[in-house]
Write a protein that binds this ligand. Structure first.
Ligand code: G3P
Ligand code: CA
Length: 374
């Protein structure tokens, strides 16, 4: 157990339900405040994507009106140069591309113009996948441009979340870091250096930490730093190809595991030094923190290597950096990762995390969806 995270402090923090020692929290609070980032931060992963189709107007408006600090998105660029939000490389899982463009269904999303992308239904898949949470109004939802997500972030006069933007597979989009800068500048989302977190209740979207940039790719971190040195950046971490080297060289295919996520959950860094080296790289290239993966209690397709062990978080804090863990949805895991010392959580269930942080939304998920016409 790290020196500054004593057993009694852990007990106290668990009793408080926030899972973080007071002594340690003081420092990380100050660190977060210096960047204009709420502590702990509620990062709505692809919007409130448990309750509405990911990365659509329904999920982003829901996350905003519930009171999430940040709207998270995976940034891609269309064939004709428009920035938009989509997680997967291709459109099969979350749209009806197979019906509308059968010959091109396996093509990457960036092989489509924005006009073509806008013909796709990005909501109906959710109704089929999650019939218990389906809504007729989700059918026909559109893929959103970055401009449209900015409009959503700005539209609630009572709460303005920030944007937490990932350059997704940036090697597929040369120059996307520059394009992103141009768009954010154009929309007035690049704060002047030295500006402070807004003191009002309006939220993070009006202060110094209104945008956080995130990437798994070292090269993209460097480019983001070059383009937008004043904007907070997070280097995302996981164990596997292109990121932290695993202890075991056994591949998924060789492992005999049936479930890829069980395999990932068993992965661990080759050594403590290997983990630290990634944190050190992040710091040296302008990141103000890391975004590590978590191993989830129930497993599932978002459960990866446990990179939020207390010593890892302590090491990151000792470098003067924050830890925002992805992607955690269950109270048992909120407890666990907060007790381990993280400073914010990417979640698909913003409503649940806000409750856990004792900042519950003033309306239910159902009510907010209805208020927004869903
Ligand atoms: O960006 C943090 C988290 O979203 C990373 O995982 O695959 O959901 O983008 P992914
Ligand atoms: Ca992401």
């Amino acid at each position: 157990m790290p020196a500054t995270f004593t057993k009694s402090a852990l007990m106290l923090s668990l009793m408080l339900g926030l899972g973080q020692a007071h002594a340690a929290q003081t420092d990380v609070n100050a660190l977060a405040a210096a960047h204009g980032i709420p502590h702990p931060a509620v990062i709505a992963h692809r919007g409130a994507s448990f309750d509405a189709p990911e990365s659509t107007a329904a999920s982003y408006k829901l996350a905003r009106d519930l009171g999430a600090d940040y709207l998270e998105m995976d940034l891609q660029r269309s064939k004709d140069g428009v920035l938009f939000a989509l997680h997967d490389n291709n459109l099969q899982r979350t749209t009806d591309v197979a019906t509308k463009f059968p010959e091109r269904k396996d093509s990457p999303a960036n092989a489509f113009t924005m006009a073509e992308l806008k013909t796709l239904d990005a909501g109906s898949w959710y109704n089929k996948a999650y019939p218990d949470r389906a809504r007729a109004t989700y059918a026909g939802l559109k893929i959103l441009t970055l401009d449209e997500i900015i409009d959503i972030a700005q539209a609630n006069p009572k709460h303005k979340p920030g944007l937490y933007i990932e350059t997704k597979e940036p090697q597929l989009f040369p120059g996307i870091e520059h394009d992103l800068k141009a768009k954010l500048q154009d929309r007035g989302w690049l704060s002047p250096a030295g500006s402070k977190l807004a003191k009002s209740e309006l939220g993070v979207g009006q202060g110094k930490g209104k945008v956080i940039l995130q990437t798994f790719e070292k090269n993209s971190l460097e480019l983001l730093q070059k383009e937008m040195p004043q904007v907070p950046k997070i280097l995302l971490l996981w164990v596997g190809e292109g990121s932290i080297e695993p202890k075991s060289k056994v591949t998924f295919a060789e492992s005999g595991e049936k479930d890829k996520n069980v395999f990932y959950g068993k992965q661990e860094p080759k050594s403590d030094a290997e983990f630290k080296q990634w944190v050190d790289f992040a710091k040296a290239h302008g990141a103000i923190g890391t975004g590590p993966s978590a191993k989830l209690t129930k497993g599932g397709d978002q459960s990866y290597s446990d990179l939020v062990q207390p010593w890892m978080n302590q090491y990151t804090h000792d470098q003067g950096m924050l830890v925002h863990v992805y992607t955690v949805d269950e109270p048992v895991d909120f407890e666990k990762v907060m007790a381990a010392g993280v400073d914010g959580i990417f979640t698909n269930r913003a409503s649940e995390l806000l409750k856990f942080y004792k900042r519950p939304a003033s309306a239910s998920v159902d009510q907010v969806l209805k208020n927004n016409g869903f």
